[in-house]
Design a protein around this ligand. Sequence first.
Ligand SMILES: Cc1cc2nc3c(=O)[nH]c(=O)nc-3n(C[C@H](O)[C@H](O)[C@H](O)COP(=O)(O)O)c2cc1C
Length: 153
Amino acid sequence: MASGGVATGSQLVAALALGADGVNMGTRFLATKEAPVHENVKQAILAASELDTRLVMRPLRNTERVLTNPAVERLLEKERTLGANLKFEDIITEVAGVYPKVMTEGAVDAGAWSCGMVVGLIHDIPTCKELIDGMMADAKAIIRGRLDALLDA
Ligand SMILES: Cc1cc2nc3c(=O)[nH]c(=O)nc-3n(C[C@H](O)[C@H](O)[C@H](O)COP(=O)(O)O)c2cc1C
């Protein structure tokens, strides 16, 4: 399974070409009708570009890619200031207990929450069926329309 960085039919085809049997998608499924998360989370994903994620907690060897917001920028400032002396306790307000606030209450600036760079490729909130059908149609069009031609070349 290829996991991480997949949100489109072309990325699915690329993963299959590299030898994967399938793909796992995290961020893309957050922005679907069925995803049991607050509407604010889905809208934050639509509004974000590929430049809006940050890597946090690297000094603690617990790296997580998250959507940026003021709490995340505060966290990163602490990482820069404290350097090797950073401890989990220093950033606990930005990372602990964040998910219920973000995902259930819709407080998307409450702290750091996981989000991949594929966020920049997400522009709609389809049903899961629409998402998968669309990706499969795109993948088939790429294989038949582009890659199939290689066989006769
Ligand atoms: C809401 C959410 C929660 C996540 N929680 C974790 C986690 O607890 N541990 C972890 O290793 N990765 C976590 N991830 C990262 C996923 O492993 C990552 O999203 C996955 O590799 C798929 O990548 P993608 O988001 O680019 O599709 C989370 C991702 C999302 C979107």
